[in-house]
Design a protein around this ligand. Structure first.
Ligand SMILES: [Zn+2]
Length: 426
């Protein structure tokens, strides 16, 4: 994501923080005021219509779409059509900033000049036409920076209203003097009382958290320097966390939340483990201690580089959606009688039908109802039971008679299996 998304965007990208953006915006306004050249700042609110709400990926899709706007702005800036605010004390090495994006929130900086605002309007129109994301004019404002003549006619170009400093930006006041101690109150308040929350980001994190319990048991740490792995609580040594393998030792550990790095020393002679306990061991604990130390000294790879996560279900250790799906569904692929189906003499479409039936995906009324079609769920043949795949193909009285007839012709008597998968196995 970092590679694709330009520096102007700050939402949902690793290592970029919401407060950075507010500080950059503040610096832009401040340096422009000091320059004494009149300029304008326009704040737009995009509208997220058309992007699925609640989908954990929607934030990232939105980011990619907004990158389109960012690139259009950069292009206009490079062609000299729009001139951003120059920031930086060193005149020869100043940075020109024409826009800052945070999810739906867009700030554009340019000179107080009708032609530049017309180009800005053009860019927004192009962006709307291509991505069908509308700018919410009712929520957009134009703010004069410095001594701007006839701001209302400039605002008319964009069709938005005029506002003045300080304006709220990402929940913090923009345009108040950073030298006034009071202007930092809301920043300190934000940082000390609660985590900064992001309008669209909360949805993504909620979804990620929801899946964490299903995800975390399949992850283990490959420890290198051990600074990011908790010694007792994380899974890094053996098949479960050490606190569960050695509960008695854990109960007398001095620091129950220690990292692995806290517990060993590395010198020329190798690794020395130095785990601290509240008291010396009792006789009955010595066996545990011996196994515990064995396990620690067998651990390889310690001491160099960064700790990493390994995805247990995959042989390469990389996360795969497919393997998580298999873990969640408890459905091992080798369980499927694929050879019997695909390597048989049956025509391809028969094999395909059987394959679909084994996966219980053929369009029975039961499956159609799961897709949101409303039918009475009874078997179309016997009108007595639910129309499940196994019922329709095997257990329905009519299907059952059919099987008996055909198998009887070959002199076979068969006890019907429980499911289509078992039947194919048989
Ligand atoms: Zn039936």
């Amino acid at each position: 994501m970092d590679g694709i998304i330009s520096d102007s965007q700050n939402a949902f990208v690793g290592g970029r923080q919401i407060l950075d953006l507010v500080l950059i915006a503040d610096e832009c306004v401040d340096s422009r005021l000091r320059n004494g050249v009149p300029g304008v700042l326009s704040g737009f609110f995009g509208c997220s219509q058309g992007i699925r709400q609640g989908d954990p990926l929607s934030s990232f899709l939105f980011l990619i779409v907004m990158e389109g706007l960012s690139r259009l702005m950069c292009r206009a800036e490079n062609l000299g059509l729009i001139k951003g605010f120059r920031v930086g004390r060193d005149i020869t090495n100043q940075v020109e900033i024409s826009h800052l994006l945070f999810a739906y929130d867009t700030l554009a900086f340019c000179d107080a000049n009708v032609s530049q605002l017309r180009y800005l309007r053009c860019i927004l129109a192009c962006f709307q036409a291509v991505f069908e994301l509308k700018v919410n004019v009712a929520k957009s404002v134009l703010v004069p920076v410095g001594n701007v003549q006839d701001i209302s006619s400039l605002a008319a170009v964009l069709g938005c209203r005029v506002s003045s400093f300080s304006i709220p930006y990402l929940g913090l006041p923009l345009g108040v003097s950073p030298r006034l101690v009071g202007s930092w109150d809301s920043v300190i308040d934000r940082l000390t009382t609660r985590p900064v929350s992001i309008a669209g980001g909360v949805g993504a994190w909620k979804s990620i958290r929801k899946g964490w319990d299903a995800f975390s048991p399949h992850v283990r740490f490959s420890v290198r320097d051990g600074s990011r792995v908790r010694f007792w609580e994380d899974l890094w040594c053996g098949n479960q966390p050490l606190c569960r393998t050695f509960p008695r030792l854990f109960s007398i550990a001095v620091d129950k939340h220690a990292t692995v790095a806290n517990c060993y020393q590395l010198d020329n002679s190798g690794i020395t483990w130095n785990v601290l306990f509240r008291r010396s061991f009792q006789d009955w604990e010595l066996e545990d201690v011996s196994i515990f130390l064995d396990q620690l000294y067998w651990q390889e790879g310690l001491g160099r580089g960064y700790d990493d996560l390994t995805w247990i279900p995959s042989s390469r250790g990389h996360f795969e959606v497919r393997s998580l799906f298999l873990c969640l569904s408890n459905f091992a692929p080798y369980d499927l009688p694929w050879k019997t189906i695909w390597r048989s003499m049956a025509p391809t479409r028969v094999a395909f039908f059987v394959w679909t039936a084994v996966w219980r995906k053929i369009l029975t009324i039961d499956n159609l109802r799961k897709r949101g079609n409303y039918f009475v769920n009874w078997c179309c043949i016997c009108k007595q039971n639910r129309e499940l795949v196994d019922h329709l193909l095997m257990h329905c009285s009519v299907a059952h008679d059919c099987w008996n007839l055909i198998l009887g012709l070959f002199g076979m008597y068969w006890v019907m299996s429980h499911s289509t998968k078992e039947l194919i196995h048989a």
